[in-house]
Write a protein that binds this ligand. Structure first.
Ligand SMILES: Nc1ncnc2c1ncn2[C@@H]1O[C@H](COP(=O)(O)OP(=O)(O)O)[C@@H](O)[C@H]1O
Ligand SMILES: [Mg+2]
Length: 276
């Protein structure tokens, strides 16, 4: 179980994440919603270790990770998707996944130069890499060089790498942002597939309410860095207080697709559906 306790970060005088205490169970997908600037991305950065908390703790399966860095947290099982730092652009899709499988199996302890074990390991690693590429429907692209892949495939490959690294927690921050109309469903399908695995904990920051409704087992709402609502999707979405005050949606427009307008007064973005 992933847990944050009184997790807080201050930037100068501004408290971007304010004493957030929350636990996330394996086998659940939690959507994190709230207006822009609410602290959602910062919360992810605190969990993954990109940012160090001012106070409070982050723990995974009871182990306090608060004082560790990004790579230790990745090894512990915290997977932040779409950091783009994990891919080797000049290598093939298969080589990327195989390296991640290898990194997960070897951990920090590299074995000696025994040719037999290198050969047999290579076969086992390749087999596992193929299995993961099947799961993400990229087996047919295994020999392509990563830099030649379209954006959507690179994102898919990043999820494959988290699978290869045996991440327990998958964090997606607006996974379909900037994706084309055919790329977005591919990533959402992948998240659906991950959801079928009861050992995975999924956190999803997503503005599109139809996506949240379909995928989330639970919704938490951040506002001004604080956790202001936590519950079953229907309850949280139906709550008028949350709709009006925290999601920026007029409760009369219950079908509104976007729960976080960029700023009041700005015209709607292209992907947001119009409310009649
Ligand atoms: N590195 C930083 N330095 C200073 N302020 C930051 C930094 N990162 C985020 N913030 C501020 O923290 C608040 C929360 O930002 P963010 O987590 O990106 O919100 P969200 O993802 O919910 O839109 C915002 O007011 C933002 O300006
Ligand atoms: Mg954000």
């Amino acid at each position: 179980m992933l847990a944050t306790k009184d997790l807080t970060i201050r930037f100068g005088g501004h408290v971007a994440v304010n004493a957030v205490t929350c636990a996330f169970e394996p086998g659940t997908l939690t959507a994190i919603v709230g207006p822009n600037g609410a602290g959602k991305t910062t919360y992810f950065n605190l969990i993954s270790g990109q940012l160090k908390a001012s106070s409070g703790t982050v723990s995974l399966n009871g182990r306090d990770l608060s004082s560790t860095g990004v790579s230790a947290r990745t090894r512990a099982g915290l997977g932040r998707a779409f950091q783009l730092t994990n891919l080797f652009p000049a290598l093939s899709v298969l080589e990327n996944v195989r390296l991640a499988v290898q990194a997960a199996r070897e951990g920090p302890h590299r074995r000696g130069l025994n040719l037999w074990s290198i050969w047999s390991d290579h076969h086992a690693l390749t087999a596992r890499a193929h299995e993961i590429l099947e799961t993400v429907s990229m087996a047919d692209k295994q020999h392509l060089v990563v830099s030649s892949l379209p954006h959507g495939d690179q994102r898919k490959l990043e999820v494959a790498l988290l699978m290869a690294l045996e991440a327990q927690v998958f964090m997606f921050d607006e996974p379909t942002a900037g994706m084309s109309a055919d790329e977005a469903p591919v990533i959402l399908n992948l998240i659906r597939k991950l959801k079928d695995d009861p050992s995975k904990t999924i956190l999803l920051v997503e503005h599109k309410m139809d996506v949240v409704r379909e995928l989330a087992d639970r919704i938490i709402v951040l506002h001004n860095g604080a956790l202001v609502a936590d519950g079953k999707p229907n309850e949280v979405i139906a709550s008028a207080v949350v709709q009006e005050a925290y999601l920026g949606v007029n409760p009369q427009n219950a079908s509104a697709q976007d729960v976080a307008p960029p700023h009041p007064g700005l015209p709607p973005q292209g992907e947001r559906s119009e409310v009649p």
